[in-house]
Write a protein that binds this ligand. Structure first.
Ligand SMILES: [Zn+2]
Length: 265
């Protein structure tokens, strides 16, 4: 059984196929798909999608790319909806939150500050509800680590990890797992492949980030959660391990870091 720890199955790229895609992934052995939210407007969409299939759960949060349009009041809405979702067994984390210092518009000083403010306020919500976080980290590894270290949510996943070995250790020390996906399938991704091969297996979870970060055999096409087993097979090859062993270990890691996640069938 496999787990996709990061998948935007509600994205417009999936049109009306979201439920069918979850079923297809299920047929391929993907027992659970984590659906992060990106803005207040899609909170109910990810919750409803998770409720309408047997192999999905969800997170609530405001993604850094959506911060420019986010209002202060959205943090109040988020806190309220998190409080309500604590009774929902499909609700597992705060996310997707983080810092994006790659997109030029987001790196202007005022927007940098707004991103950091929203990130910190959301880390506090996670801490207050004892929830793990799903983080988006782009050109911002050390700044994300600094704020996580200060506020200390209950662990989380550094999604699409693309940092150094030292940064990986920083996350691991804070109770995080590192998400590996399609980027690892490209032979030119030397650093990511080396870390995937050498980091402790207990630190690794698998993800697709579908519809984005397609693996090499899909690129530049649309990524989908049924790709997880083949992505996992790449990890097994990089580590010289049996595929079944990688499936069992990465699923156990996902369950450990997202303890609210429904038990797999
Ligand atoms: Zn994402």
């Amino acid at each position: 059984m496999w787990i996709d720890t990061h998948c935007h199955l509600d994205a417009h790229e999936f049109g009306n196929e979201s439920v069918a895609q979850a079923a297809l992934a299920r047929q391929q052995g993907v027992g659970m798909i984590v659906l992060p939210a990106v803005e207040v407007a899609n909170f109910s969409i990810v919750a409803q999608l998770a409720a309408s299939v047997d192999n999905a759960c969800y997170a609530l949060g405001i993604h850094p790319i959506y911060v420019p349009h986010a209002e202060e009041d959205h943090l109040r809405v988020l806190r309220e909806q998190v409080a309500a979702a604590m009774d929902d067994p499909r609700f597992v984390a705060l996310g997707e939150i983080g810092l994006d210092f790659f997109i030029p518009m987001l790196t202007e000083p005022a927007m940098r500050e707004k991103q950091i403010y929203f990130f910190r306020e959301q880390l506090k919500i996670a801490r207050d509800f004892d929830l793990p976080v799903l983080t988006h980290v782009r050109r911002s590894q050390d700044v994300v680590l600094k704020h996580v270290r200060q506020i200390r949510p209950n662990g989380g996943i550094a999604h699409a990890f693309n940092g150094s070995e030292q940064q990986a250790k920083g996350y691991i020390d804070l109770g995080f797992k590192l998400g590996f996906g399609g980027a690892m399938t490209f032979t030119r991704a030397l650093q990511i492949r080396r870390l995937a091969a050498e980091l402790p297996l207990e630190a690794i979870v698998l993800e697709t980030d579908a519809p984005d970060i397609s693996p090499s055999w899909v690129h530049p096409g649309r990524n989908s959660p049924d790709q997880v087993p083949r992505i996992g097979a790449v990890l097994a090859e990089l580590r010289g391990m049996a595929v079944e062993q990688v499936a069992a270990a990465t699923s156990a890691n996902a369950k450990a870091v997202l303890p609210r996640m429904p038990v797999l069938m």
